[in-house]
Design a protein around this ligand. Sequence first.
Ligand SMILES: [Mn+2]
Length: 444
Amino acid sequence: MNNTQSTFLEESFRWYGPTDPVPLAYIRQAGATALFTSLHQIPYGELWPREAIRERKAAVEAAGLKWTAVESVPVHEDIKTGRGDLKTLFRNYRETLGHLAAEGISTVVYNFMPVLDWIRTDLRYVLPDGSECLRFDPSQFAAFELFALQRPGAEADYTAEQLERGARWWRGLDEDARAAFVQNVIDVFPGCKMGLTLEGMRAMLARYSHLNNDGLVHNLARFHEAVIPTAEAVGVRLAIHPDDPPFSVLGLPRIVSTAADVQALLQRVDSPANGLCFCTGSFSARPANDLVAMVKQFAPRIHAVHLRSTQRLPDGSFYEADHLAGSVDMAAVVRALLDEQDRRRAEGRADWRLPFRPDHGHTMMDDLAKPAPANPGYSCIGRARGLAELRGLMHGLRHAERAGRPALPPAQAHPHSTHMRPEKQLHHTRPLPSVAGRVERAAL
Ligand SMILES: [Mn+2]
């Protein structure tokens, strides 16, 4: 790493743990210095033993990498639906945060998407160059809902054209193709095959029948009230990942899809520990989301970053584009994120660096000959290409900056341990100006 590179966003890679077909050595060869990883072997809702965290951290460091962010400490479905033994679930979550902080891991990503983590209709959409990517087509999803899941009332969520196109597409599939399609849709929980069936999915959906958007917002606020004070006290930054896709699916509530959603949830429990994992891939699938404006609006509360692009098509579908192509103005987004890092450095914060990872990559080259990836979107070569492109982009942006305006001196190498002293670190994070404004107005 040269001096210029030490001022980039922290180059990271997702790793699914010892069973990940992409070994740590490859991740290092891709040029990443850090990881987003999780203890996927621990069931949702259970306490993470400190020893298990320590072991994973040691394995990562032995490979010459750093565990920079946990992705994720998953939120149990009972917390989202507001049923069950919430007291124990909240206590386990708080204690897990304490154990992570004690091991020096201070960034924790999670999401609050009901039932399914993310949804696509095609895990092997072939691009003109022969590489493969993930794609979402609302017509095909309509077919899933109407003919496989048979969700009552699903028709109302689609246009006549989408329903017609979906029906035609479904009729053209044989039994095997239909079964494979259904499995794709229900079997994409990151890092953890839950063995869900259509029957199981109906049962999970039924648990949300009482819940609209306001209800889910209420349950997220209750979760935040239960865990954010602990996160702040132990020096952990929580980073919520947006909905993927960022609009309602399966008739379920969606509450982290727009700038207004994010503003509301950051404001409701107004702590620097209550932050955002800014995923350009997820947010970009909704045309009205202005990503650059969102980065600027939420910058002080962005604790982790996923960089990827989507290409939206006129029929409402989207596919995952090259990292620097598609609908996202990636140069402008990365510029805004570098500006936020520079602002934090100028403030004297030790934790100024923002970890990012290339979020998904295409399946290409030698990877096409391997068995279908256990973790769709997490190919080795496609993500390495994405990381290389993003690194090049940051070189270019820093170079242009040096040519055009005074640059900050080269940064010190990031300390290996991320252990935080909360009084010193979190309180340096300024609350969002608009939030502060509202809080002050409310106090008057
Ligand atoms: Mn993401």
